[in-house]
Design a protein around this ligand. Sequence first.
Ligand code: TYD
Length: 137
Amino acid sequence: MNLREKCKIIEFKDLGDERGKLVVIEGGQSIPFDIARVFYIYDSDSTIIRGQHANRKTDFVLINVAGKSKVRITNGREEFIVELNKPMMGVYIPKMIWKDMYDFSKDSVLLVLANTHYDGKEYIRSYEEYLKEVNVD
Ligand code: TYD
């Protein structure tokens, strides 16, 4: 499976009607894991780069519920960029994949769902260390 196949784009169902839009996210259904943690990132801008890490244990889904941002996703060999620009789409980033989030619009609210509780020790924050762990010379 290549990186794009692994890091799937998820299109959520639009349950909107004339009263407005509604998107439902259910762990184990549209999200391929049980959700243990939710956090959101806002008030970043186009000069900021966030993420810059891989996680040994955590799978994530990222959704821009407002505004837009980009995510650069790499496994050290392959790389691709996803623009998150609608509340009905997300990207699944499983454990041991490196990610950078950047190019935030001023109104960006980036919602992140995770399958673990926070543990700073499971983060790999050095790209060199990451390449070693995934056996890329
Ligand atoms: P950080 O991992 O640097 O954010 P990002 O991946 O968006 O660049 O996290 C910023 C701070 O917040 C850092 O001190 C750790 C803390 N934090 C938690 O306490 N719990 C969490 O679930 C997350 C994601 C971060």
